[in-house]
Write a protein that binds this ligand. Sequence first.
Ligand code: THU
Length: 141
Amino acid sequence: MNPALTELFEAARAAQARAYAPYSRFPVGAALRDAAGVVHAGCNVENAAYPVGTCAEAGAIAAMVVGGGRVIAELLVLGPGPALVTPCGACRQRIREFAGPEVLVHVADGTGVRAAFTLGALLPESFGPDNLGSRDPDPHA
Ligand code: THU
């Protein structure tokens, strides 16, 4: 694993250890690197009212935004095996807000990185900020 990916892996694993997942017992961590090279992490935070729970990716994105970041350069999600913990549909769209189709989404478990997909492969023909055309100012400015 290259050092940059190792940094994301370790950040996601540390975040996973903080996950609040008493209902699913499926702790997830996510880490992303923003355009400035800063790493932001998040974990899933479940709720007794089940649909109110949030995914790890949502937490990492919120951390990026509050830290001043606006562009995802690379992202890693880490969860328990044996199946790959690929981002849910809603999180693919959340990532799309701050990432183009070429951005890599790595999928890991506690033992290491198991797969990588481009966001374009996970969410083809997506609707993103550009699709709003001239009606909105640049959301990443
Ligand atoms: N989960 C994530 O946090 N990220 C994913 O990519 C997949 C699923 C969480 C949501 C819920 O708390 C638990 O994993 C089981 O679905």
